[in-house]
Design a protein around this ligand. Structure first.
Ligand code: NAP
Length: 527
């Protein structure tokens, strides 16, 4: 096993950290290979120095060069073979098909950014050529495009050890944008992170990128992580995890001498609105939702944690059907001991709230590290008054809000916090009839789904994964799909700039098929 147990600093390895941690197989409890050394303050500073130096060179690489680099990262990840799969399975308890699928998704999103770079048009290049004879004032030559921000600090998520981690969407989009990346590894899957980091570093060398283009450090978020975010050389942060962690980093970043954007994707309970017509086949609906609630032991940011529906005989039928499904579901080991403990704590806190009825929980015996699915209900009147009922219970937990009529359902929607997703179940005609309710729901989320379940996030151009606060810190951006690159760039205008030093995309002889605005006539011409 090629686990080094040392910090990656640029393309070198160092192991001077004073504190190390072991990783244990989540199933057997046996210690896994490797000691993982927490980076010292000196090492973090070295990583920042290298990344800062790398930025000058890396931002000048052409889009094609960066695309080749991304492809090389994907290839090197694949070259890790089964060693990566086995290590990730041991550290996360996620089954082989899920890890293999997640590896495919990780490589797919890296390659998607490579394709985006080869197309080139995402930089929104526009050119207004000089009008020296314009009266009463001549116009300068003005050329604008999106340029990289600088060093990006990425915090790995625990629930997607590959796709939202070391070479996940944040890293891939930042590298695609032309930004060096410093990853703070997640302590629950340090070995997986090291394997992936080794693959990226191989690609850095193979593609002749500056060594500080990518660095990864181990250590605690509160020391190592905060040191990185506080450093003035860092220009943006990508984060997926708890509300508390995301908000801490957001506050730190905003108190810096130069505040920087923190793109934190945090908690979401993903409300699902069942219009009366959706309750026709309650068995089918219950089976569909039980599957989504318990999928991956509920450890998805798009897990359906909240159902809103109108009281009646059909809702009683649905409750009884979902109750049976939840009782029959099998408890399973969660991602880590700490996630399982937080699930127990948050679930108990939620159940203890006034007005909550415990309708069902998985009846099968569970061990201490397993998450047991739970289904509760509450009257809408109580829900509207108690904001605590909107707190995410990360795991297989779902609360049903029972409303007396459509008006109360709309009121319950109005009091919802920002969400990653919201789902509407119902017939086409009923959905059209309740357009105002749907519009109310749209205001609360980043993605609105119809007649589906919220789990499952397609990686593509049209995806929006990020919603109004507190689901994420900036609802204008997505952390999934090609749009994620926009988080790490800013527009720069070059006025009367000598052609020799213009970025390739803004030169008159532009080899990329990008669109520009010529001569201020606002006509878009394909070059
Ligand atoms: P987390 O505690 O937010 O940690 C994520 C990363 O941020 C870790 O590297 C962590 O470092 C760092 N971090 C946390 N607090 C920090 C702080 N105050 N300052 C600097 N860095 C900080 O998330 P997690 O470990 O993945 O899971 C914990 C809980 O978060 C879960 O039980 C769940 O409730 C929630 N969660 C939600 C989602 C979602 O998508 N909604 C996803 C994952 C987790 P350390 O490990 O050193 O603290």
């Amino acid at each position: 096993m090629s686990i080094h147990g040392k910090n990656f600093i640029g393309n070198k390895l160092s192991a001077t950290g004073d504190k190390s941690s072991k990783i244990y197989d989540i199933n057997s409890g046996n210690a896994l290979d490797g000691d993982f050394y927490h980076a010292t303050s000196y090492e973090v500073n070295t990583a920042l120095q290298l990344a800062n130096k790398a930025f000058i060179v890396y931002k000048q690489k052409t889009q094609n060069q960066r695309a080749d680099f991304l492809d090389a990262i994907a290839d090197e990840i694949m070259n890790l073979g089964d060693e990566l799969i086995l290590r990730t399975m041991s550290e996360s308890n996620l089954p082989r098909p899920r890890i293999e699928g997640e590896r495919g998704r990780t490589m797919g999103q890296i390659k998607m950014f490579a394709t985006l770079l080869r197309d080139g048009s995402w930089v929104e290049a526009s050119i207004d050529t000089a009008l020296p004879n314009r009266t009463p004032l001549a116009r300068n030559d003005l050329r604008k495009m999106l340029r990289p921000l600088g060093i990006v600090s990425v915090f790995e998520a625990s629930n997607f050890p590959l796709a939202f981690a070391c070479a996940g969407g944040d890293t891939a989009s930042a590298l695609a944008a032309g930004c060096p990346v410093i990853v703070k590894a997640h302590s629950s899957h340090s070995g997986t992170s090291e394997l992936i980091a080794s693959a990226i570093i191989k690609a850095v060398k193979k593609c002749d990128m500056p060594s500080g283009t990518f660095c990864m450090v181990h250590g605690s978020g509160r020391s190592v992580g905060q040191q990185i975010v506080m450093d003035e050389r860092v220009k943006a942060v990508g984060f997926t995890g708890s509300t508390q962690g995301g908000m801490n980093l957001f506050n730190i970043a905003n108190k810096r001498k130069t505040p920087i954007p923190v793109f934190a994707e945090m908690g979401s309970i993903n409300p699902c609105v069942f219009l009366p017509s959706s309750l026709e086949d309650t068995k089918k609906l219950a089976s569909m939702y039980a599957f989504s609630i318990t999928l991956g032991v509920g450890q998805f940011c798009t897990n359906p944690g909240l159902i809103l529906a109108i009281k009646g005989a059909k809702l009683e039928e649905f409750k009884s059907d979902l109750k049976k499904e939840i009782e029959a579901s099998s408890p399973a080991i969660m991602l880590s001991k700490s996630i399982q403990e937080s699930y127990e704590e948050n679930k108990n806190k939620a159940i203890e709230q006034d007005g909550i009825i415990l309708l069902a929980q998985a009846t099968q015996e569970n061990t201490s590290s397993q998450g047991r699915a739970v289904f509760t209900s509450v009257d809408a009147e109580v829900f509207i008054q108690n904001n605590k009922l909107q707190e995410e219970v990360f795991g297989p937990y779902c609360l049903l809000v029972e409303c007396k009529d459509i008006k109360e359902l709309n009121e319950a929607i109005s009091c919802l916090d920002g969400q990653l997703t919201a789902t509407v179940m119902g017939s086409n005609s009923e959905i059209v009839e309740h357009i105002n309710l749907i519009s109310n729901l749209e205001n609360k989320c980043g993605r609105i789904l119809f007649n589906s379940v919220p789990t499952g996030v397609e990686v593509c151009h049209s995806m929006q994964h990020g919603g109004p606060f507190p689901a994420s810190t900036d609802s204008r951006f997505t952390s999934v799909g090609t749009g994620a690159i926009k988080r790490f760039v800013r527009p720069v205008c070059f006025q009367d700039c000598p052609s020799e030093i213009l970025p390739q995309e803004l030169k008159d002889e532009n080899p990329l098929n990008i669109f520009r605005i010529l001569n201020g006539e606002n006509t878009k011409n394909s070059v």
